[in-house]
Design a protein around this ligand. Structure first.
Ligand code: FAD
Length: 344
């Protein structure tokens, strides 16, 4: 017997911070009934903000997060512990607060615990293949927010996963006192990693790309006018690195100094890569063949697909002439409210 087909107006692929906000937008800002929304995620736990980065201190303030809830027409859940408005918070607090705030509104949605294996467009409809489900699920519009994995490089030096290196309690299981770690990158997460390694008793070779025009060639600071530059806890740590290498434990090495980079890698027991994210891949087939997301020329809504979150960030032009990927809940919310996806 042919499996039954269930059709939805919107299918949300992944339910991390980005698609939680898309769900809030659709349910709280448009006339789309929640029962016309399908949500697919293998865990429904709040995504990487809780799973991987939970112990990381945010670079956004509690007030910025409260504004996200307000802009999305969500209420702060009763009993939520308050935080000083202009201070950062651990990221698991943001994940769990958002998850609790959205929970009552997504109850009527169809939720499937699984992963999208592939999606194929037949006529105007997306046919979805989902792990563990024989029933056919179809949708008019896909919201793709599968999150991303840290980019790494092929050096044959043992690697500490970024989420471990960002968690002070876990990094001690890797780094022993006196060991040296090569940390690639000099943005928010690499700076916090360097601080964690020093606290664990190690030293750091921080390999950075020179930033032309920056006051300190290794770091772009928000206080110097860089859009989404280093701020909050990471800015304090970066100042310590510039002052005395955090007590002569962090050495700054420009990536274009290949001799220095080679010897830095030679003396390092571990590597950590804080150099950006690549999207988790999905197999999407349109009438003309495989669809590539996040490529130049693709517009939001093309083929009935919207892409969101850290996998497919929007970009803002900074006053310093650079393009900055927008990878925070406030910027995800702003992006969704600007695009107003498939509301009609
Ligand atoms: C180090 C670091 C610090 C950050 N600090 C902040 C901060 O201070 N403030 C802030 O607002 N933001 C911050 N962010 C950014 C951002 O809020 C988080 O990265 C957030 O987790 C991204 O949400 P997402 O929904 O794009 O991805 P994720 O949270 O990764 O969610 C994606 C979901 O999709 C699921 N999925 C993957 N593949 C499939 C599939 N095939 N089918 C179905 N589901 C799938 C995954 O299991 C996951 O649940 C930070 C990010 C990092 C990395």
């Amino acid at each position: 017997m042919e499996p039954r087909t269930k059709h939805f107006k919107h299918a949300l692929i992944g339910f991390g911070g980005a698609n939680m906000l898309v769900a809030a937008y659709l349910i709280r800002h448009t006339a789309v009934p929640a029962k016309d929304i399908l949500i697919v995620d293998p865990h429904f736990d709040g995504g990487d903000l809780r799973r991987k980065w939970g112990q990381v201190i945010s670079n956004t303030t509690w007030n910025q997060f409260l504004k996200v809830l307000q802009d999305m027409n969500l209420e702060l859940p009763p009993g939520t512990q308050g935080y000083p408005g202009d201070e950062p918070t651990p990221l698991n607090v943001l994940a769990s607060t958002l998850q609790t705030a959205i929970a009552p509104y997504i109850r009527p949605c169809m939720r499937i615990k699984g992963s999208l294996i592939s999606a194929a467009k037949r006529h105007a409809t997306w046919e979805l293949e989902i792990t563990g489900h024989r029933a056919k699920h179809t949708a008019d519009i896909l919201h793709v927010a599968p999150g991303g994995e840290p980019i790494d490089l092929p050096f044959p030096v043992p690697e500490i996963p970024l989420h471990i290196a960002l968690t002070p309690q876990l990094i001690q299981e890797y780094v022993s006192t006196g060991q040296t770690v090569a940390v690639f990158g000099s943005a928010h997460s690499s700076i916090l990693v360097a601080e964690n390694i020093v606290r664990a008793g190690g030293s750091v070779n921080m390999i950075f790309k020179r930033i032309p025009g920056a006051k300190a060639e290794a770091f772009l600071f928000a206080r110097d006018g860089a859009y989404d530059g280093v701020k909050q806890t990471a800015a304090v740590a970066a100042d310590q690195i510039l002052a005395d290498g955090m007590g002569r434990r962090v050495y700054l090495i420009p990536v274009d100094d290949t001799v220095a980079v080679h010897s830095a890698l030679d003396e390092s027991s571990w590597t950590v890569y804080g150099i950006g994210f690549k999207p988790r891949g999905l197999k999407l087939d349109g009438p003309a063949g495989a669809i590539q997301l996040g490529v130049p020329g693709r517009q939001q809504g093309d083929d009935g697909i919207y892409t969101w979150g850290i996998a497919y960030p929007s970009y803002t032009d900074g006053a310093d002439g650079r393009k900055y990927p927008d990878v925070s809940l406030p910027s995800f919310a702003a992006h969704i409210l600007q695009i107003r996806p498939g509301a009609a």
